[in-house]
Design a binder for this molecule. Sequence first.
Ligand code: PMP
Length: 448
Amino acid sequence: MTHVFHRHLQHTPPVAVGGQGLFLRDAAGREYLDASGGAAVSSLGHGHPDVLTAMHAQIDRLAYAHTSFFTTEVAEQLAEQLVRTAPAGTSHAYFVSGGSEAVEAALKMARQYFVEIGQPERTHFIARRQSYHGNTLGALAVGGNAWRRAPFAPILVEATHVAPCYPYREQQAGETPEAYGLRLARELEEAIVALDPRTVLAFVAETIGGATAGVLTPVPGYFKAVREVCDRHGVLLILDEVMCGMGRTGTLHACEQEGVVPDLITVAKGLGGGYQPIGAVLAQRHIVDAMSQGSGFFQHGHTYLGHPVACAAALAVQQVIERDGLLAKVRTDGDFLGQALRDALGAHPHVGDIRGRGFFWGVELVADRASKAPFDPAQKVHARLKKKAMDLGLLCYPFGGTVDGNQGDHVLLAPPYIASREQLVSIAALLAQAVDAVTSTATLPRQP
Ligand code: PMP
């Protein structure tokens, strides 16, 4: 009998008791190879000695001080580290406790920015379908995952959703990737114009989509065109890098590879690598200036902002990534992982697409490769895959996406950056074994 309010109320998961490197151990003594870092969280794996030492030292010195009274050395150091390594123009880091809080703070910063500069009529967010920005109400409102939104839709702030960049399903025959990206940017501009540009606050997007339709890597030029559209209408660009940021794709921020600088970047998971709950909003100077020269404060805040132990953990994680050259490793070993996945799964009759960058890969499962028809959601392929993989000792992150109103099946892989090539090969082999076992019994959806 459990008294923990688990998400799945009819099923109590195994009890995790230990973790080292890429492995987690449960109370029954079973070991699991962590190929997804939880939900793309563990950037350095489990039990990293340098991070533990930094956390212990901070706890001994000072565990907590409220930010309405004090700042701390460690929060200042972490902000300095993040601003130094962020895109040009970034001047401040606002610390929160996770991804949803980072998105909420970014949405409110964007709103307050326009209030401060005398454009209070800007009230409307535009985001993308098949996106995920968190489960709190503001983040859920901009999120475009139809299933997650459905029960709460009547109580969400209004947001307009445009198409995601999803070439596998939505790039038209004969359309080049570049033309596809430009079409999407044109559609965004049409949505802004239809709403009246003077009322639009911000466009919110994951630089690389994560937890809704698998890993969605943008086509070349898409974000540059999006940035131009936003600039033309005075609309802010908020890039949500809670999942794809902090080195996950081989550069510290995924937007570096797109050649764009957003007004606000949200980060979380890889920031603290799971050692502590922490997220941040990285803000460009004009956003902060508008507030400091206007009302003088940001009308927002939480009790655990800039928690010293969380900041110490994140600082240590980021220092290890820099010291050990892990971004370069993620780039080269990421290509290796992509190839290992294509070798193990590329020809599988139920694998529709394998896509990704760095240590961030998605496998999209289909009932039929030729028509790209997804499995019948009643088959619960993703749930069975998760269970099968765990039985094989593999932690991957399968979930149902949203394909044509249907639930597609996706697997997300996000191993810790320290993974060896041998471990990457094992990940691909175990995943192939799990996919094989689960899809061999799944049947095509019934035809109407
Ligand atoms: N944004 C993105 C892109 C995410 O992937 C997530 C978490 N999956 C969130 C926001 C929400 O983060 P958290 O679960 O830490 O609140």
